[in-house]
Write a protein that binds this ligand. Structure first.
Ligand SMILES: *Cc1c(COP(=O)(O)O)cnc(C)c1O
Length: 424
């Protein structure tokens, strides 16, 4: 099926007389006739549900839709994008292990990796997404277990050379994990370029309406863990906490990774997405293909308008021909980039502050990738504790504004931007 059809109908096919819309199975538990029947589920010998912390039919249907959109072999929902990022790495890297990550990633992910997971004994080496193959190779160690990057980085808006990162990961016998939140599978399918695992903050474009925080992990099923059993003992040797199950033997190359993440990590950490939120997420997914087209067109129109505006000093958007990442965007994002644009207001911090005050259509929010246009001036909001020098060192200049184009009419967005820029 094509993307548009999967968005609308994927993951759930009702039988005769069943509900047309995905039922919300608002139940923590599931009933069985015998203890033996339930025992088989606990031994992972039979398919079925027993407790919503591990799996729920509503969430599974929505995960199956995202799995089909990405072209994967298995998928799971999580309570947030943060949980998805954490599980995706911790499922294959634990204390004493090492991971290579692009340096331009979401701030929350950076903190998770550089501070919290470091405390858990997992070390990260951050590399520029623009590094050479040699620089990338030099970042690997014997204990490296994965490579991580973002298709379009939030908020740096760099575009990942997925093939370059996948080739390096595979040369060193580890998978490439790609956070595909900003591109969504409508604009890029990382598996087609060699990525092995994809994560999402479904809070952004997938939900698309600012209604529910959520995440998703999808496995391509392409990475052969059994080629490196010494690197991935958690997948290739018996799990004592699950009656000696060896995930790769029992669930095969396409099922081992997600089954382990569900049976172990979700069981123990419990960052589960509620069936109600999964239902809301599915409503968003039903129009993802239609909305991404509009978000991307608005992003392109706004970036072009800003580039020609006398009160704007610079614009970052990979859809602009003179953008540093335009060539990569043409390759990986031929249908459109996304709706997020960043730019500098002439006059620095005070001018950017004055500009923000004058906006009428765009709302001031930390959120991005929403149906309603939202806008953030990090220097006076999320990064306000930093002085100008610290901001520049963090790659967030004092004049930087992040503008996330919603689904409104581009003419109204442009008129709003124009009056706010002129007034500032
Ligand atoms: C927002 C975001 C996250 C974190 O997701 P939450 O749903 O907020 O936990 C991770 N990666 C990217 C690229 C994001 O934009």
């Amino acid at each position: 099926m094509k993307h548009g059809t999967i968005c609308v109908q994927g993951g759930y096919t009702p039988k005769n007389g069943e509900p047309r819309q995905i039922p919300i199975i608002q139940s923590t538990t599931f009933k069985y006739d015998t203890s033996e029947a339930m025992g088989k589920l606990f031994d992972l010998e039979a398919d079925g549900y027993f407790y919503t912390r591990l799996q729920n039919p509503t969430s599974d249907a929505v995960a199956a839709k995202i799995c089909a959109l990405e072209g994967g072999s298995a998928a799971m929902l999580t309570s947030s994008g943060q949980a998805a990022s954490f599980y995706s790495v911790f499922n294959i890297a634990s204390c004493g292990d090492h991971v290579v990550s692009s340096a331009t990633i979401y701030g929350g992910t950076y903190n998770l990796f550089a501070v919290t997971m470091k405390r858990m004994g997992v070390e990260f080496t951050f590399v520029s997404p623009d590094c050479t193959e040699e620089e990338l190779d030099a970042a690997f160690r014997p204990n490296t277990k994965a490579v991580f990057g973002e298709t379009i980085a939030n908020p740096a808006l760099t575009v990942l050379d997925i093939e370059k990162f996948a080739a390096a990961a595979h040369r060193h016998g580890v998978p490439l994990i790609v956070d595909n939140t900003f591109a969504t599978p409508i604009n890029c399918r990382p598996f087609e370029w060699g990525a092995d695992i994809v994560t999402h903050s479904t809070t952004k474009y997938m939900d698309g309406h600012g209604a529910g925080v959520g995440g998703c992990i999808v496995d391509s099923g392409n990475f052969d863990w059994t080629k490196y059993p010494e690197k991935f003992p958690g997948l290739c040797t018996p799990d004592e906490s699950y009656h000696g199950v060896t995930y790769t033997e029992r669930f095969g190359q396409g099922g081992a990774y997600i089954t382990k993440a569900t049976a172990q990590l979700m069981r123990d950490f419990g960052s589960v997405q509620s069936p109600q939120n999964a239902f809301l997420l599915n409503l968003g997914l039903e129009s993802l293909h239609v909305r991404m087209k509009r978000h991307s067109e608005n992003g392109q129109a706004i970036a072009e308008f800003l580039q020609s505006h006398p009160n704007v000093s610079w614009v970052k958007f990979a859809g602009l021909p003179n953008d540093k990442y335009h060539t990569l965007a043409e390759k990986y994002l031929p249908n459109g980039v996304c709706g997020v644009v960043s730019f500098g207001v002439k006059g620095g911090r005070p001018a950017a502050e004055a500009f923000m005050k004058r906006l009428k259509v765009a709302a001031i929010e930390t959120h991005v990738a929403d149906a309603r246009t939202c806008c953030l001036h990090p220097a006076s909001a999320t990064h306000r504790q930093m002085n100008d020098a610290e901001l520049c060192a963090a790659g967030v200049s004092p004049d930087l504004v992040r503008y996330s184009c919603g689904l409104e009419d581009a003419k109204d967005l442009i008129a709003d931007l124009d009056q706010a820029l002129r007034g500032a």
